[in-house]
Ligand binder design. Structure first.
Ligand code: ATP
Ligand code: FE2
Length: 343
């Protein structure tokens, strides 16, 4: 085993942008040895940043030990520590960064700060084999359509207000739905939507290449409270509107960039209806549809470790004094020198 960046070196990545504390260990060649997540579950289903951060501080040691056990390597085999530097919730990010700094200093190895959104794309490419995709990243906190160009992942479209996952979650909570056995609200809405028959009129809001979901949420909640429609019909209509908006923007980005792949990632990417819509678009454009498997589509430490390796191999080390967290760090602010321009 080597600590110098040779193929037998490993990177440990820490993800703590929101409600999960996750630790991934990957070899420099891209083999995932461990990907251990411990989720913070609040009683209300929402997320309170300081409570989540307290949870992360409590479970950090356990998650790191479990990851080492799963990977079956020793701490001396770790050549780099990577951590999610942003964007995300301040208290959660700071807890993850503190754990990463402590570990890097204790093991005397370099630290690499990773952009969480870049990491979603990179792990998606690694596990699906996509080379140069147009990516739709849809989660509880993000809604971004992006593709690589000129050294960075450019944003072609994004939400102007709330994320699509947040829209589904708030609607589910307003409807009094319960998260049994930790099933995500989006999956509960999906199950009800399958029983939907009538398309209830709800706003469709695409502005240029950007999307707005707050008006859609307000209208859906208003329809819910009016009691004029079945909940199943409202879930169905909410999904149809929201996913049509996402598909329209993704299709236009795909057509504009002439990429040959659509990569779908983030928790909302688990939705079958959304997958079907995007698969159809991909087929119509002669492109490959690549869905990131859920364990790598949700927030996870493996994606941070892998992006840390890519950065480290290009000399992107983060000195401790520059390792402050970046709450609003955008995807398109990050240079990704490891991605080659495919013309
Ligand atoms: P990020 O920090 O990337 O925003 P997050 O923790 O908010 O991450 P994820 O864990 O990637 O988000 O995804 C959670 C979201 O995915 C929630 O909004 C959840 O309701 C939604 N979701 C999960 N399964 C489904 C599904 N089958 N259909 C639609 N949405 C789903
Ligand atoms: Fe995420």
């Amino acid at each position: 085993m080597q600590r110098d960046g040779s193929p037998h070196a490993f990177c440990l990545g820490i993800e703590a942008t929101a409600d999960d504390f996750s630790v991934g260990i990957l070899s420099f060649e891209g083999t995932v040895l461990a990907n251990v997540s411990i989720a913070f579950m609040s009683e209300t289903g929402g997320i309170h940043p300081r409570e989540a951060a307290r949870h992360h501080a409590k479970v950090a040691g356990t998650a790191i030990i479990k990851a080492f056990q799963k990977a079956n390597i020793g701490s001396q085999d770790v050549a780099v520590i990577a951590f999610s530097q942003g964007p995300g919730l301040g208290p959660c990010l700071r807890t993850g960064a503190t754990a990463a700094r402590a570990l890097a200093s204790y093991l005397d190895v370099p630290l690499v700060g990773v952009n969480h959104c870049v990491a979603h794309v990179e792990i998606g490419k690694l596990v699906t084999g996509a080379k140069d995709p147009t990516t739709l990243y849809v989660s509880g906190g993000n809604t971004i359509v992006s593709a690589f160009g000129g050294g960075r992942y450019r944003i072609f479209g994004e939400t102007l207000d709330i994320a699509v996952g947040n829209c589904l979650d708030v609607f589910a909570r307003e409807a009094g739905l319960c998260q049994t056995e930790g099933k995500p609200f989006g999956a509960i809405v999906e199950a009800l939507a399958k029983e939907g028959e009538e398309l209830v009129e709800l706003p469709y809001s695409v502005k240029g290449m950007d999307m707005s979901f707050s008006g859609l949420l307000t209208a859906a909640v208003r329809s819910l409270k009016s009691r004029k429609h079945r909940l199943e019909d409202l879930c169905y209509s909410l999904q149809e509107q929201a996913f049509s908006m996402l598909t329209e923007v993704t299709e236009r980005a795909l057509a504009h960039t002439e990429k040959r792949e659509i990569l779908l990632t983030g928790g909302v990417g688990a939705n079958r209806r959304l997958q079907t819509m995007l698969k159809t678009v991909a087929q119509e454009h002669g492109s490959r549809f690549c869905r990131v498997p859920t364990q790598y589509a949700l927030d996870n430490g493996a994606m941070i470790a892998w992006t840390g390796i890519l950065g480290f191999k290009h000399g992107l080390i983060t000195p401790v004094e520059e390792s402050f967290v970046r709450l609003k760090w955008r995807l398109d602010e990050v240079n990704v020198p490891w991605v080659e321009e495919l013309c």
